[in-house]
Design a binder for this molecule. Structure first.
Ligand SMILES: [Zn+2]
Length: 109
């Protein structure tokens, strides 16, 4: 993949994630409406809300990683491992376009 193809892929991923965030935001806003009287139902609504918040945070993290990858693409360090300075394998970047570490460093976490 060349730089433009990688950039397109990353931007496409970001767009998908942002669309998911918008959907989640709609759900979360829905919770501002008065909770139903039935307690069991309230508990379920609360649980769903918390799951959505956690999901939203995960999506935000991923968007941040994608934006960092786009910046690394700009400054020419995209293929360099952020931890050891070695090369990130092409195969790895094809599987995870926003990977910032080589497979060796990533498996140390
Ligand atoms: Zn490394």
């Amino acid at each position: 993949m060349n730089t433009d193809q990688i950039k397109n892929k990353l931007e496409g991923m970001r767009k998908d994630l942002e669309a998911r965030q918008t959907r989640i935001a709609k759900h979360t806003r829905h919770r501002d409406e008065p909770l139903s009287a039935d307690f069991a139902e309230q508990a379920t609504e609360l649980e769903n809300g918390e799951t959505l918040v956690a999901l939203d945070r995960e999506i935000q993290d991923e968007i941040t990683r994608i934006e960092q990858a786009l910046r690394r693409l700009e400054d020419g360090t995209y293929r360099t491992c952020a931890r050891c300075g070695g090369d990130i394998a092409q195969k790895r970047l094809e599987a995870i376009p926003h990977a910032s570490q080589c497979i060796d460093c990533a498996s140390k976490d």
